[in-house]
Design a binder for this molecule. Structure first.
Ligand code: PXL
Length: 277
């Protein structure tokens, strides 16, 4: 038996819901073989309101992992948390070396509840080294505005303008995640392929237990691309996967509730609609 191989270049979320842990769980649910190159280790302090610390790994260690990973013959790559310009450039070079089209860039700038861009300069580096290589880029509203050099979109019309800008910067497809900030009655994400805008909608789930949703969404797209789906199908199926995961989010402790990565395969997915707008 051979499996499609999906590589994530991302950080470890010690609490297990986001980051590389979300990616591996999601890959497993999609039947792809997960391979990792770890960039940072994120920890959360239970004595300080679960505040995050991010420890970057030495760049040599990232490069050594990428050498191992690429030698296995990867089918699709996802990037997640990359805390330094050097790590972003290194990820860009690894993608280049892989010659893969199936590249999903999740431009992680913040962890939920924290509101700072990881490092000054990382936004410019993402635009330079990663956007032009993205088959799909998956920013949230804040990240989309930062990458585009525009203000954070809060309406679907504004999301459309930002998506056009991100496409013009080299991303072949753009998925802007609406999240909770978007003023809309559904849980909506905007998909733009350079020609058509498609609004993906699911019923909103009244939950705070959605930690890891963004990573899970992008990882599901990555696995779907590796498994041969078209970009549009990969995004639509990933939306179903993450909607199920959010609808079944659960309480890990008083600070955090992760999504249930395996929910779609266990209990099925809620309805998702795709409407050209
Ligand atoms: O959810 C964004 C994210 C990505 N990657 C890592 C994280 C987080 C948030 O906690 O820890 C490693």
């Amino acid at each position: 038996m051979t499996l499609k191989k999906t590589l994530t270049i991302a950080g470890s979320d010690t609490s297990g819901g986001a980051g590389i842990q979300a990616d591996l769980k999601t890959f497993q649910e999609h039947g792809t073989y997960g391979i990792t190159a770890l960039t940072v280790v994120a920890t959360m302090d239970p004595d300080n309101n679960w505040s995050h610390s991010v420890y970057s790994l030495p760049i040599d260690v990232v490069k050594a992992q990428l050498k191992t990973a690429l030698s296995t013959g990867i089918d699709a790559i996802k990037t997640g948390m990359l805390s330094t310009e050097e790590a972003i450039q290194t990820a860009g070079e690894a993608i280049e070396e892989s010659r893969l089209d199936h590249v999903v860039i999740d431009p992680v700038m913040v962890c939920k509840g924290e509101d700072e861009v990881l490092n000054p300069g990382t936004v410019d580096a993402m635009v330079k080294y990663l956007l032009p290589k993205a088959e799909i880029v998956t920013p949230n509203l804040f990240e989309a505005g930062q990458l585009a050099g525009m203000k954070t979109p809060t309406t679907i019309e504004q999301m459309k303008s930002v998506a056009e800008k991100l496409h013009s910067l080299g991303a072949r497809n753009v998925v802007i995640k609406g999240g909770k900030q978007l003023q809309h009655d559904k849980a909506a994400d905007l998909f733009y392929d350079g020609k058509t805008f498609t609004l993906l909608e699911a019923e909103k789930t009244d939950t705070h237990y959605n930690h890891g949703a963004g990573c899970t969404f992008a990882a599901a797209m990555t696995a779907n691309l590796a498994n041969g789906l078209s970009v549009k199908e990969a995004v639509l199926e990933a939306k179903k996967f993450v909607s199920a995961a959010i609808a079944n989010g659960w309480k890990l402790n008083e600070y955090v509730g992760p999504v249930l990565h395996g929910a779609k395969n266990k209990v099925g997915a809620p309805d998702v609609t795709a409407t050209e707008i």
